[in-house]
Ligand binder design. Structure first.
Ligand code: OSB
Ligand code: MG
Length: 369
């Protein structure tokens, strides 16, 4: 393949409800779609981060510059454009995994469409539907939280993840356990809000039979996570601290995590995400596919990854209606607590032109055209 054009479409889509985590409150999904045109086919992807660098160092305006000035020129210079050729060609640009992931995914979408193969088949998916969990944001009061959880369970979600932070941890977890019972698959995500000095406090979570506690301590502090894991019976799961398969192997070897959250965007794309999965699976460490409140474009691809054999825990890939009144693609609908894995070529979905137009806040050409 040869790259002919690359453009980005900025979109801003209101969330159905504000989503609060320990790092901030989101009310709108504000990002861009990346559209690549090659001589063989076209591809789409979604940049996963936000306008502000609160979850990770990357952000929307920065990613646009990185793509335009550093990543796309290297990709355009490739004699033969294929998705696996991207990571080596982009290695001289440090970091920027989320921007690299957007580019690799759009190219992979085009390449797979040219071959008529789905991303799920390409990655080695073993399921055609995957169980859906849901990530429940911090609320002002416990009764409001219980209402949210009640509603999601009524919709069929098979696993609940509560966002926690200091001051919003033991009480909401206890309340959810008391109301919905010990059998409910339940986990928590701190998004780096605690310190190792909080270990005795975090140990109180052990009483609630949680599936895992996600990224409790500082990003990239594998040593502290290993020390914490020694003091907890609840499995530690890493999110922000895992940037590639090598980190994942180190974290597992050190005992810094007993579960892996794989987000393709965070590790530079689906090819590295597959390797993260493989490393964890080879060690018998359960994997699940995380999310970044993606539109249908990003979620379609995540569902393919969630269908791999090592993804033995329900992921954060929820239905369109959990995020948006109107999604950019045909909506993903929950059926018996599961979402379908797209089977059409590439990521299997496309933006609906009319809907995309309504949510578009700007367009720019980054290469060609
Ligand atoms: O830490 O997993 C996270 C959303 C945005 C950024 C980080 C995280 C999340 C979620 C929601 O927990 C996952 C989703 O439903 O897409
Ligand atoms: Mg997380």
């Amino acid at each position: 393949m040869k790259l002919e054009r690359a453009e980005i479409v900025h979109v801003a889509i209101p969330l159905v409800a504000p989503f609060r985590t320990s790092f901030g409150t989101m009310t709108t999904k504000d990002t861009f779609l990346l559209h690549v045109v090659t001589d063989a086919a076209e591809g789409w992807s979604e940049f996963a981060a936000d306008p502000e660098p609160r979850y990770c160092p990357e952000f929307v305006a920065g990613a646009e510059i990185v793509l335009r000035d550093f990543l796309l020129p290297r990709v355009a210079a490739l004699p033969r454009l294929t998705a696996p050729a991207l990571a080596p060609a982009l290695a001289s640009v440090k970091g920027h995994e989320l921007a690299k992931a957007a580019l690799e995914t759009a190219v992979l979408d085009a390449e797979l469409r040219a071959y008529g193969m789905s991303l799920a088949t390409y990655l080695g998916a073993v399921r055609d539907r995957v169980p859906a969990g849901v990530s429940v944001g911090i609320r002002d009061s416990v009764p409001e939280l219980l209402d949210d959880v009640q509603r999601y369970l009524a919709e069929g979600y098979v696993r609940i993840k509560l966002k926690i932070e200091p001051g919003w941890d033991l009480e909401p977890v206890r309340a959810v356990r008391e109301r919905f019972g010990d059998e409910l698959p339940l986990q928590v995500d701190a998004n780096t809000a605690y310190r190792l000095a909080d270990a005795e406090h975090l140990r109180k979570l052990d009483a609630f039979g949680l599936l895992l506690v996600e990224e409790p301590l500082e990003e990239n502090n594998l040593h502290a996570h290993a020390l914490l894991q020694q003091r907890l019976t609840t499995p530690v799961c890493l999110d922000e601290s895992l940037h590639n398969a090598r980190d994942t192997a180190s974290a597992i070897a050190m005992g810094a995590c007993r579960v892996v959250n794989v987000k393709p965007a965070r590790v530079g794309g689906y090819l590295e995400a597959r390797r993260v999965h493989d490393v964890a699976h080879a060690h018998g460490v359960p994997v699940w596919c995380g999310g970044m409140l993606e539109t249908g474009i990003g979620r379609a691809a995540n569902l393919a990854l969630a269908a791999l054999p090592g993804c033995t825990l329900p992921g954060d890939t929820s239905a369109s209606a959990r995020y948006f009144a109107e999604d950019l693609t045909e909506p993903f609908v929950l059926r018996d607590g599961h979402l379908p894995v797209p089977s059409a070529p590439g990521i299997g979905v496309e933006p609906l032109p009319e809907v995309m137009r309504r949510f578009t806040t700007g367009r720019s050409s980054l290469y060609g055209g």
